[in-house]
Design a protein. Sequence first.
Length: 415
Amino acid sequence: MNSTPSPATRFWPLVLLAAVMMMVTMGGRQSLGLFVSPMNTDTGLGIATISFALAVAQFVWGAIQPIAGAVADRYGPGRVLAAGLIVMAAGIALTPLMAGSGLGLTFALGLLFAAGSGAGSFSVLIGAAAQRLPASRRGFASGVINAGGSFGQFVFAPLLQRLIGGFGWIGAMYSLALITLAALPVAAALRGRREHADQVAAHAAAEHPGRIDRGLRHALSEAMRDRSYLLLHAGFFTCGFHIAFLVTHLPGEVGLCGLSASVASWSLAIIGLANIVGSLAAGWAVQNYRSKYVLFWMYGSRALLVAIYLAAPKTELTFYLFAIGLGLTWLATVPPTAGVIGKLFGTRYLGTLFGLTLLSHQIGGFLGAWLGGLAIVASGDYTWMWYADMALSAAAAVCNLPIREAPVRHVALAA
């Protein structure tokens, strides 16, 4: 008797567990901006010092992605995810002990927390799903996994703000560490049956019969010579700048406008809620339209949205509407970006190759978080950062148009 599970039976457990993991690792990470003001008030480190620690966290989160992806490609995702949760929780728990020193804060949040959350994020989870699912389901799967991270932001932002208000930022940090460790059973469940490298390679060879697996080094060399892959990096760099600037400094922008901290936390939560819709829509769109055009419209809409925000009165309603607009494309760039890489190079080393684009994303994120802190110290507001964000978003939209991508093939699926 054939005991192989059906595609639907394999699809939903894998994708939903990956979405839960993303909810935990991204929920806390995307809400760190809520800690900046209370941490600065308590420690006196200064906004620039705290922003630098968070900027380093942006970079480290990206730098760990290709490494974690390569290890998961070789040995499977379970151990990588479990190790990531433990390191992430350690970084959170150490932060209150290190907060009196800029170097200590950079070590706890910038290195440990960021490395742990990165090991439990996109490159490992989307790479694992892509290697275990048919091509017809990957776009939607990446959208669902992505939506898990967005739902985490929707849940964690108001939760952490309430914890900060009730127990102080230190109590909120320790609570977040416990929540992170509570996700370890999810990592164990995602381990499942170990997928050896030769099994994954055989699956990839059957799906792309013309492609010969010459090893990771050759795959990296091929990718780095491909103009389309480099253009994806350029666009994703801008995405990282945009997101890191906002997730780190949107609470500060709200404060400059004379509004309460609850407006900031609910704005971040609304971004996460709206991105659930955006992520699922992106997963559907990449199965019906070329991903490069999806990316063009996403980045172009960001430039337009920032221009509208700058011209609008700074009220609670403005921030909530701005958050909805931001959320529709917030992390929804992930499914089309991963989709293009899969089309260009197959899925055998998708975790590694997509991890490298995430590194570019987080180099932009480092600059977005750090320069935002420098801007507020130098000029007292974020005006020039908004202009830079708008210009980079427009440039990213244009960068995606020359990408080499075959038209979408609509294949009728058997019931």
